[in-house]
Design a binder for this molecule. Sequence first.
Ligand code: F6P
Length: 341
Amino acid sequence: MKVGILTGGGDCPGLNAVIRGIVRKGIQEYGFEIAGLRDGWRGALEGPVVSLDIADVRGILPRGGTILGSSRTNPLKQEGGVEQVRENLAAHGVDALVVIGGEDTLGVASELSGQGLRIVGVPKTIDNDVVGTDFTFGFDTAVGIATEAIDRLHTTAESHMRTLVVEVMGRHSGWIALHAGVAGGANVILIPELPFDIHQVCGWVKSRFRTHYAPIVVVAEGAVPKEGELVLKDSSRDEYGHVRLSGVGEWLAREISQRTGTEARTTVLGHVQRGGTPSAFDRWLATRFGLHAIDAVKDGDFGTMTALRGTDVVRVPLDETRGRIKPVNPSLYDEFGVFFG
Ligand code: F6P
């Protein structure tokens, strides 16, 4: 059997660990041929397909990014895209596909699986917002990077007694903001799930200054003021209909300055959160997902996705992920209310 692998959507640390797990077990234990598709769904639509051997995955475990490349190409947006994928895979002799992606890439996988393609999904994203799994790999690394940044920002904020706003990734969900904000001792954490009140934010900032500490405000890029709109980088949309975010951090610093009469600055962490070597936890989780994904292929259990439930890796229907994201539960957010202000 020839098994194809593709990585789609925004990259994240741990993708190479999944690829390595699939290649090692697929070849060593099951005698499969493994083929890499370049640049996400683009490779499935047009090729080329590269053969992946054990020697090709040596040394990639600690490497960030993806050796296969990625894109936000959406075959469902192209006339005859599904047929083109089917024909291209057949032309390259690919019998089954492991698709490593977030909600968008897996949504396509679910649709194609419904149309008869033999697909197993693996969830990834630094945002941790894929439904059905407790965690995605990439998230732990991103939280570590954001936490270290917050730790560093505390000392400079206090030297100048000014507010420092830290904008982190998180288009639809505030998992990175919440985890890094709590780990880094932020005084305000703002997430997309809960529109924020700018008056309350300024109240928290002022109360922090009253205790002679400088406030750190962590905001997810997708957070929205109660009276206002999502702040966008520009209005262009990708093939999944997403606009480019970023800007809420700058907006907040401006509002805080004007409303409180104190100084504020913004740090946007951006793609630093997605780059570089995966944490030990992400390498561990990604490796397990790779091994379990190739087991599912071997079992002919198509239309499923690997998922972490507690400490177990299980298979869930790919359909479960479709068109849905896993939000931060407001009651979890409320647990940390005591630290705000
Ligand atoms: O999907 C993960 C994510 O990190 C989002 O939080 C962010 O909005 C997006 O990727 C940015 O991706 P890109 O710059 O690659 O378009």
